[in-house]
Design a binder for this molecule. Structure first.
Ligand SMILES: Cc1cc2nc3c(=O)[nH]c(=O)nc-3n(C[C@H](O)[C@H](O)[C@H](O)COP(=O)(O)O)c2cc1C
Length: 183
């Protein structure tokens, strides 16, 4: 008998068949992530979207990546600018995440932001930010993997990070000091 948790969630499927999409999403949701806002200016108008697919890629050269659905209305607008910014959301910024996860339209009304070195919107109160250019874009299924080169960085230790897990926002419970291994 299979050990608990080893039985495939999608049951018996023909060899080579992809996993059931609902089971696939459910399993991916068990990978806890932070939440990042990808922002820019389109004709002077602040635009952006929220991603949890952000990851660091390379230290030298400084590269990061995130994946954007082909259906995104905001990414092509962010992409139009020479540069874009990434802000790592703090635990008190659920409303920012909710607003920027809305589809298209004016998402920034009332969201406080400050200009990056290139004048692009950085969300006030975020834990850290990057100003980037697009280095490469790789089409991967229904998303594009954006590899971005980092030009400026900043950090503010205002609070803990906003965490996304199983479709819900939460907070990071830090272990007692000295018990984790810093990088
Ligand atoms: C927590 C969270 C994480 C998300 N991560 C991504 C992501 O990694 N890539 C993506 O394309 N959309 C992601 N989305 C959806 C976008 O934020 C946004 O809803 C989508 O791009 C549609 O808005 P748009 O048409 O203005 O781009 C995420 C949404 C939420 C709430």
């Amino acid at each position: 008998m299979a050990a608990k948790g080893i039985e495939p969630l999608n049951g018996r499927r023909p060899a080579g068949a992809p996993p059931d999409p609902v089971a696939f999403r459910g399993v991916l949701g068990r990978f806890a992530t932070g939440v990042a806002a990808v922002t820019g200016l389109d004709d002077g108008v602040p635009v952006g979207l929220v991603v949890n697919s952000f990851t660091s890629v390379s230290l030298t050269p400084p590269l990061v990546s995130f994946c954007v659905a082909h259906t995104s209305l905001s990414w092509p607008r962010v992409r139009r600018g020479a540069r874009h910014c990434v802000s790592f959301l703090a635990e008190h910024q659920r409303e920012h995440a909710r607003r920027l996860a809305g589809a298209g339209g004016a998402k920034f009304g009332g969201l406080p932001w400050s200009p990056s070195p290139a004048g692009l919107p950085l969300l006030d109160g975020a834990l850290g930010w990057l100003e980037c250019t697009v280095d490469a874009e790789h089409v991967a299924g229904d998303h594009v993997i954006v590899v971005a080169r980092v030009h400026h960085v900043g950090a503010h230790d205002v609070s803990g990070p906003l965490i996304y897990y199983r479709g819900r926002y939460g907070r990071f419970a830090a272990p007692a000091a000295g018990r984790d291994t810093p990088l």
